[in-house]
Write a protein that binds this ligand. Sequence first.
Ligand code: ME8
Length: 660
Amino acid sequence: MKPSPKKKTSHKRKTFYITTPIYYVNDVPHIGHAYTTVAADVLARYKRLRGYETFFLTGTDEHGQKVQQAASHHGVDPQMYADRMVVAFKELWEHLTISNSDFVRTTEERHKRVVQAVLQKLQERNVLYQASYEGWYCLPDERFWTSEDVVDGKCPECGRPVEPLSESNYFFKMSAYQDRLKRHIRKHPKFIQPESRRNEVMGFLERPLKDLCISRPRARLSWGIPFPFDPDYVTYVWVDALVNYISAPGYGSDERRFKKWWPADVHLAGKDILTTHAVYWSALLMALGLELPKTLFAHGWWTVDGEKMSKSRGNVVDPNTMAAEYGTDAFRYFLLREVPFGQDGDFSKAAVTTRYNSELANDLGNLFSRTLTMIERYSGGVVPKPHPKAVKTDDRRMAALAKELYKTVGQEMDRFAFHRALREIWTLVDFANRYVEQNAPWNLAKAPKNQARLDTVLYHLAETLRILAIYLFPFMPTTAQRMVTEIGWTTPLDQAIKPMDYHWGKLKPGRPVQKGKPLFPRMEPPTGITKQETVEAATPSKEIRMESTQTEPSLITMDEFRRLELRVGRVVSAEKVAGTDKLLKLSVDIGTEIRPVVAGIATRYAPDLLIGKMVILVANLKPAVIRGIESRGMILAAGDKEVEALATFLEPVKPGSRVK
Ligand code: ME8
């Protein structure tokens, strides 16, 4: 008998490489820069927690006309100016607890060498040529435009005036890659995200692609990386900048390291630099014979109080000030919770305060401090032991919800839907808050016979908070670490934690808890917000809350109500679900999509009667599988036991309209 071949097991760790744009140093960073970098940090931390070895790159773009001009305006040479400005970026990333693995500056030798090697390679591969360029130049954007591009003498991208220009330059044969790039985008739906941006790039590629001018005569612009084979020219700042994504992980200097990280998993950027990344960078990579990044995600744009952010308007928001005022974690949370990633958003202090008070101070902070106070009061300050016989259905439900988060939060994070991931996490926060009210530990504490139940309830709360902290960590690292430490679980969350640690029951009874200062002390609304607007977020003192819940019916806040997404739907099809008398399977048009919904209304309505009816759909209800059919939402109907009437509208309404 032949010996069976030894099984080869691979111990290669999963890797994740994520980048931000490298930011121009001509000015100090603002919330736009903070946004991209915080988002990248959240993804990097999330991947690390899930066991990925992660390379997270950010840096600064230091060459080019913009920086040269800013330096001369300040009367210093560009390198000195860049050295000074880079400090503001590095300090901000520290202030915002950004966990980047590397910080690349385009003026570093390690980067300049690679840019020159890239140019040399392009020259050898015969994809460069010299030609005279007649066109228009947008000075602030450093972009050439043709006469067809220019709109009324203005830059088509930023709307500022352009200047005529004619000079000899080097061109990259970008047009040669047009068809290949289109094929690549079609074949890889995840390459450019969100989908609207992908369509935008495909639209752009419908027109013939022009070759790219990649040099600047040194006589006109000295602040750049010289061409290795023609010292009269420096490299166009965009080519210089894009190369950072390969120079930092070792292209041309450390092939093993480079192979480990490239292709990048995600390039994050704002929608302003979509074309340079999706088209220029892709074509350059193809010319170099390198793989394209797996995903390029272009997020939306922040305005401030409804206006474009600009120095001249004086409304530029300093992220340092925001972090100092609200706390770094609350600021990070707000940026990712407020706006669906990919869409534009508006920043206002009123919006930050409202979310801070209602979601962080009230929902999360209060849950945490109440739990610790109760453990101190009723369990001698140590994590109590749950008693299997005292476990009730609600406890199991809470544990099941905590378990589900691994999948639901993971799915949303992998789709870059940070706001939805947070919404998933908040389903557990909300559940736990209701659980406190319903189980009223302060009542249980009144009779010694309830001790087993009291211990079990408090354990379930503490364990829920431990698990919540793991999921919150990528968003609010300092708070989450404090939470687990105060609750007696000393695992450092900034490393890959063991898969078991996500499981229910890892918190050891008997460990002392340590209650610190409130996680999120309440904030006064900024001047200009009325009391009315924040009254729903106001919390009475802990004692009053504990006592009052014994007599008050369970009231919800306006904010809790607003979390319900109710939409107008039109029933487009209805059929009985086989094997039951009660259920109908409906397809409901909500404007943007058709939702499958399983509804228990079959005893009241025949399917045909419902076609075309307008209904109210709870659109943000967690999907459920009922009798093997996925149900994505719930329709509203009246009736105490049996359904008596469907809720509908007096006037005609469009499917998808919000019901409020
Ligand atoms: O473009 N809203 O650098 P940059 C959201 N050096 N994000 C914003 C924003 C806003 N209002 N303002 C800026 C450059 N950003 C080049 C990049 S990469 C190879 C070279 C963010 O300093 C967003 O990520 O102008 C945007 O893409 C980036 O800052 C532009 O930074």
